[in-house]
Design a protein around this ligand. Structure first.
Ligand code: WT7
Length: 701
């Protein structure tokens, strides 16, 4: 594996090196029973979506929607990379997810809410009830808050039904929602609210997580303050109550600013609000995600293309039929939840389960009890959750009488070993698995097997999805051919309807982040010259299956969620005693990667232990608990290049007990050995290989 010289080129190369040692797994064929009922069962579809038929192939997805006005141009690629989809079309996302399902399914469950406390009753919301509630909330947004089409609203809420209700109410009016993951801090929500220019924020008083009540509302006060510092005034905070007539928050409501929505709703009982026919290109929502520089990017998703793409892929790849019970265990605060809990499933008149809490509460049998109780037959989760459930209760699934026909894994590479437990034990060898690779920016899946038509390969996302034409490039822009065993940067050669429109208020960043690297000609008006750079490493096997290796940029994928190293570092630098900070990913058995922090102290500061504790609490407050570091190391200095760039990869190597490679060209090479001894003890220099890494991605035992 990786020689020091290989490693020198960056941490991503070490993963690519590991890839070379992978044994290709055997194919596993989808169960016949699944094939017999699948939405996508006719192999002709491949022909319909071949490159010759691009972009018109995507009419098939758009035709799954109800349009107020049909479009005239499927793709306008005249101004790369600012693509326009279904140009001239008008539609409303809320109408497509709610109203149009009433005719056939008004009495069918749209959402089923499973509270975390097991003694609290599960309840279902029919499409009719969802329709009523969404209309009333839309009336509040319009008539009480004075919001109108094109305004932004930041929604910082946990996993309760009022979250999708709020999103759909926004969509009904063409208000752009920006949902911030409930586990993020108020500060993080405030920064995002300021960036999006929201003057209304929507909260919940509290929720249940891991057996405890989380007081969520105090975050609103922090958010307002932080947004204020950024020059954005928040004039209204609407607060949903987890229990009617109670308040789970200890924080007082601020008069004239904070309102319990249930109080306000009393004046809007029975109100109906007409869905606004939106331009296909009108933004539907923003979703902030971490990138290579400090500030999170507001990924701006369009109405028509996005909805068509998630509806089409939810139908063909999630195999959702109206009679299924579909449970995606992700959080709606991430893109997975937007696309595959809310918009995709509801546009298909599906029944979507919402679970409030952690999968292992009160024990590792909980998901399987829920599956049995609700007779869930489609299940969707991440490798992190799979590893966690496997560790905490490897035999639990056997105790429950549920039957999945279909399961998804998403968010990070899955080890073949974890895949097999998912297949054998969770799926009882009855369920097909799709390993779906995609990103916040993409709207929907990019690689996945067609569940009834392609065999599965453990650890591999599989072929590109319909209408997607990827390519692996090396750093010089040469194609890395299939079957070479070499890893490179996976790119998508063509535009697709789910791709984000731009970075909110920052077109330059959109171009530089995703299109600059492999653009063949900046003046070209031909989409073929504008491949999308995903910033993931990948290997393409001879059979056309892609194996995704993980991020090549400065992003740490914690339990399937991206945290920007720079964002974490700048949070550390808010402490006055910290001189410099570097954050690196370390391998973690459950979460895949977690951050580890290196800080040097300002002159005269000696109480490193205290600063270490402050770093932890600062990261938790500014970013959220998800950013809690595995360790904080107080070091005399950080390794730097002669131009002053902090060498994170050297620190990452130390944290992961890998070889640091040649450090002689650094400005301060001695500090590397000093740090290594501090972290690893004084023993001999260890192993070039990262033993853990090899286990994660490498040959199986
Ligand atoms: C990054 C995107 C959109 C899903 C939730 C995460 C990694 C995602 C897979 C997969 C290997 C995967 C990539 C990607 N990733 N799915 N099936 N196999 N890696 O969304 O937070 O935008 O993260 O997650 O590294 O770039 P996100």
């Amino acid at each position: 594996m990786g020689s020091p010289q290989d490693f020198e080129r960056g941490t991503e190369v070490s993963e690519a090196q590991i890839a070379v040692h992978w044994k290709e797994e055997e194919f596993v064929h989808p169960p016949a029973k699944f094939i017999g009922q699948a939405n996508l069962a006719n192999p002709d579809v491949v022909e319909r979506f071949n490159e010759e038929h691009f972009p018109e192939c995507y009419r098939e997805y758009a035709d799954m929607l109800t349009w107020n006005q049909y479009w005239h141009t499927t793709l306008d690629a005249g101004n790369p990379p600012f693509w326009k989809w279904f140009v001239g079309g008008k539609l409303n996302a809320c109408y497509n997810c709610v109203d149009r399902n009433l005719a056939k399914y008004k009495n069918k469950a749209a959402l089923i809410f499973v509270p975390e406390p097991e003694d609290e009753a599960v309840y279902a919301l029919t499409y009719q009830e969802l329709f009523v509630r969404v209309n009333e909330v839309a009336a509040v947004l319009r008539d009480f808050c004075g919001l109108k089409t094109g305004d932004r609203v930041t929604v910082h809420m946990p996993m309760i039904p009022e979250l999708p209700i709020t999103m759909l109410a926004c969509a009904r009016l063409g208000i752009i929602h920006s949902v911030v993951f409930g586990g993020f801090s108020g500060e993080a929500a405030g920064l995002r609210a300021a960036d999006s220019g929201s003057r209304v924020m929507i909260y919940a008083d509290g929720y249940y997580r891991n057996g405890k009540v989380v007081d969520h509302k105090p975050g609103a006060d922090n958010a307002v303050e932080v947004a204020g510092q950024e020059g954005q005034k928040i004039d209204k905070i609407l607060v949903w109550r987890r229990h009617q007539g109670q308040n789970l928050s200890t924080k007082p409501m601020v008069k004239g600013r904070d309102y319990f929505i249930d109080d306000v709703l009393k004046d809007f009982k029975g109100c109906r609000v007409d869905p606004v026919a939106m331009d296909a290109e009108a933004p539907l929502f923003l979703m902030y995600t971490s990138g290579t520089t400090g500030k999170p990017k507001g990924c701006q998703h369009r109405t028509g293309g996005y909805l068509a793409y998630v509806t089409g892929t939810a139908k063909y790849y999630q195999d959702i039929h109206p009679e299924d019970v579909y449970w995606c265990m992700a959080d709606i605060g991430w893109i997975t939840g937007h696309s595959y809990i809310v918009y995709g499933p509801l546009a298909l008149a599906g029944t979507s389960v919402l679970y409030e809490g952690v999968p292992t509460y009160p024990d590792a049998g909980r998901p399987w009890r829920i599956a049995e109780q609700l007779d869930v037959n489609i299940f969707h989760t991440s490798p992190t959750a799979i590893r966690m459930l496997r560790k905490a209760g490897p035999d639990e699934p056997k105790k429950y009488k549920y039957h999945f026909k279909h399961m998804t894994t998403v968010g990070e590479p899955i080890e073949p070993e974890a895949w097999r437990w998912y297949y054998d034990v969770v799926g009882k060898r009855e369920a097909v698995i799709v390993d779906t690779w995609w990103q916040t920016e993409n709207g929907g899946f990019l690689c996945s097997t067609k569940p009834a038509l392609n065999p599965m390969k453990p650890g591999s996302a599989g072929p590109p999805v319909l209408g997607i034409f990827p390519m692996i490039y090396d750093e010089q822009g040469n194609e890395v051919p299939a079957g070479s065993g070499r890893a490179g940067n996976i790119c998508i050669r063509n535009p697709w309807p789910g791709i984000m429109q731009t970075v909110w208020k920052d077109n330059n960043r959109f171009v530089s982040q995703y299109y600059q690297k492999y653009c063949k000609d900046r003046n070209s008006k031909d989409w073929r010259d504008w491949p999308y750079f995903a910033a993931d490493g990948a290997v393409l096997a001879a059979d056309g299956y892609y194996r995704i290796l993980g991020r090549v940029d400065d992003v740490i994928n914690v339990a399937g969620h991206r945290l920007g190293t720079k964002e974490l570092e700048s949070a550390c630098l808010t402490l006055t005693d910290v001189a410099e900070a570097a954050v690196v990913p370390v391998v973690d058995e459950i979460k895949g990667r977690v951050p580890e922090v290196y800080v040097s102290l300002k002159a005269g500061v000696s109480d490193g232990e205290r600063v270490g504790r402050q770093v932890v609490s600062t990261l938790e407050t500014i970013i959220g608990k998800i950013a809690r570091p595995k360790a904080v190391h107080i070091v005399p200095d950080l390794p730097k290049t002669r131009s002053g760039k902090i060498m994170r990869r050297v620190l990452a190597a130390i944290s992961n007990t890998m070889d640091t490679g040649d450090v002689t060209t650094l400005a301060n090479p001695d500090v590397v050995e000093q740090i290594r001894q501090q972290i690893q003890g004084k023993g001999p220099v260890i192993t070039k290989e990262g033993p853990e890494d090899v286990k994660r991605f490498g040959e199986n035992e």
